[in-house]
Design a protein around this ligand. Structure first.
Ligand code: WQD
Length: 344
């Protein structure tokens, strides 16, 4: 049975994690308010796994809705909490929306589970490191002042989780600090759903390649890196999804010190923007129309993760390389154009 609550489970990372949970023998239950995803994802997941996930459209910021749901589901053993607003730029324009949505939802969930034992995996982000002083960045690195309200909500959420776990032994909690999730399931039936103009690099690349965008701008080539463009640790979304299954297994098999721990979930390799563009062109044989532009405010220069701790404790490492990230991202974009599965 092993019922796992997946909040934000119709989203990009959430949907890929639901697939991996089914494959690992869990029973995922999705809560999502569909504010940044489509309910059609449920049928897409069924095409992959043969099972249509149980789904509830609830507002996690509504304390009563959350409490009633959790009390009606006493057999939920674990939670993976993805649901949050995540656009860095939007968070600068609408900070209160981000603090309200990202923190009220977390607090309501924790309150609803406080009277029973539960394993809790939280979707955090390498954004908490800001520009690390040393690379690769380890989990022991200083958490720096966030560059955006979005990043600040992740930092505050980690503090809430750590203090809740220390004060209430019912909780066993892991925060997974993702680097840059990209790519799509090998079936091309699920992927990053493009609602509006993409903020992130890879969806902008694939939309430019398919002709939805005229060109892509490289935000700066005057950084202190080999080719001048900024470096990130891109991780295939399926590897990231598998890390959540490994995290649940770890929580099932271990009681962790202070009931709280943090893990970097990346590949340990950094790629520059120009290297990603070249990798896309070489993998897909599609030429990209790009230009060099100004730096984007709030961007850091370079970051990639030290994933030793995840490898040693979770027994997890990323397996898929940049070519599969680019191939699968492109296949997903082509599928969206040819099949239009969500009538977007
Ligand atoms: C990557 C690189 C851009 C678009 C953010 C969040 C992080 C996570 C992922 C939610 C940067 C450059 C981008 C473009 C470009 N979000 N770029 N042209 O900013 O590293 O991380 O998204 O969980 O928490 O902080 O990702 O994909 O936006 O940018 O040159 O059109 O690509 O400047 O160097 P980022 P990104």
């Amino acid at each position: 049975m092993k019922k796992i609550l997946v909040t934000g489970g119709t989203g990009y990372i959430g949907s890929h994690t639901v697939v991996e949970l089914f494959e690992a023998g869990y029973t995922p239950i999705i809560i999502d308010n569909l504010s940044n995803s489509s309910i059609g994802v449920l049928d897409q997941i069924k095409k992959i796994t043969g099972i249509k996930p149980e789904f509830h459209n609830l507002d996690l910021c509504d304390e009563k809705q959350v409490k009633d749901f959790i009390n009606k589901n006493p057999d939920i053993e674990g939670v993976i909490h993805f649901a949050a607003s995540k656009a860095v730029g939007e968070s600068v324009e609408k900070p209160l929306k981000y603090y309200h949505n990202n923190l009220f939802s977390l607090i309501n969930l924790l309150n609803a589970f406080s009277d029973r034992k539960v394993n809790f995996v939280f979707s955090s982000s390498c954004t908490v490191y800001g520009q690390p002083d040393e690379l690769p960045v380890t989990e022991a690195a200083e958490v720096k002042k966030a560059e955006s309200p979005y990043g600040n909500t992740k930092q505050i959420a980690e503090e809430i989780l750590k203090e809740t776990a220390t004060s209430n032994p019912n909780f066993n909690i892991l925060s997974l600090r993702y680097f840059n999730p990209v790519g799509a399931h090998k079936s091309a039936l699920i992927g990053e759903l493009p609602l509006g103009v993409p903020q992130n690099l890879v969806p902008f690349i694939t939309q430019t390649a398919i002709g939805k965008r005229e060109k892509i701008t490289v935000y700066g080539d005057d950084y202190n890196t080999a080719d001048g463009s900024a470096i990130r640790d891109y991780i295939h979304v399926v590897d990231l999804a598998k890390a959540h299954v490994a995290a649940l297994k770890y929580l099932n098999e271990n009681t962790i010190t202070d009931h709280y721990d943090v893990f970097n979930i990346g590949t340990g390799n950094g790629y520059s923007v120009l290297e990603v563009i070249r990798a896309f062109e070489n993998t897909t044989n599609v030429k990209l129309n790009y230009e060099i532009g100004e730096r984007r405010s709030g961007d850091i220069e370079q970051v990639w993760g030290d994933i030793t701790k995840s490898k040693q404790k979770l027994g997890w490492t990323a397996k898929l390389g940049i070519e599969e990230m680019m191939r699968s991202a492109w296949a997903w974009e082509v599928y969206l154009r040819d099949e239009n599965p969500f009538e977007l």
